[in-house]
Design a protein around this ligand. Structure first.
Ligand SMILES: [Zn+2]
Length: 184
């Protein structure tokens, strides 16, 4: 039993279409998902999400299986989501075209993204997480052209998107978000 994605990514019948190792094919799948979603969420912040964000109260917790940052952006615009609101320990935050330390301010709302998020990166080598924030989708698209960005700590191409694709054997531990499931 395997999912549609696993059939596409791992089945050797498709080797000619998706050459490379299984890990390469998985990376290709993640890139395709991220590009598709980044293009799909281009434009101004969605009014419906913004209205929902405004209605949320201090202490509310939103559990999401989505990778996109539509609700994240709406919550930030409403002043209800800070860097700590994801309950992910970020080493650095990319903001205003530079890397900064995460803000310490408490988040009114917690947003638990159990399958990862388009704006989370993780260095496989250092086991550090990075948050990409306050940048337009256009510049995110530019940033994702790097696809294998260098880690600002170890300076190797070990950084990957924290985006856990729809596979049966999801490895949350590898992406460093397994504890979010127990928190939930
Ligand atoms: Zn690193």
């Amino acid at each position: 039993m395997s999912t549609f994605y696993e059939m596409g990514v791992f089945n050797d019948e498709y080797y000619d279409m998706f050459p490379g190792t299984k890990q390469n094919r998985l990376s290709t799948l993640i890139e395709l998902i991220s590009f598709t979603l980044l293009y799909a969420q281009k434009g101004p912040i969605c009014d419906k999400h913004y209205n929902l964000a405004k209605k949320l109260n201090k202490g509310d917790i939103v559990i999401s299986f989505n990778y996109d940052t539509i609700l994240d952006d709406a919550l930030q615009k409403a002043g209800k989501l800070t860097d700590s609101g994801y309950l992910v320990e970020f080493s650095k935050v990319f903001k205003n075209k530079t890397w900064e330390s995460p803000e310490q301010k408490e988040s009114e709302v917690n947003l638990l993204k159990l399958h990862g998020s388009l704006n989370w990166n993780r260095c496989k080598r250092c086991k550090l997480n990075f948050l990409l924030k306050s940048i337009s989708v256009e510049s995110r698209l530019d940033m994702f052209n790097y696809l294998n960005p260098k880690c600002i700590r170890c300076d190797t191409n070990s950084v990957e998107l924290v985006l856990i694709p729809p596979l049966i054997g999801k490895n949350y531990h590898e992406f460093g978000v397994d504890y979010l499931w127990s928190d939930t």
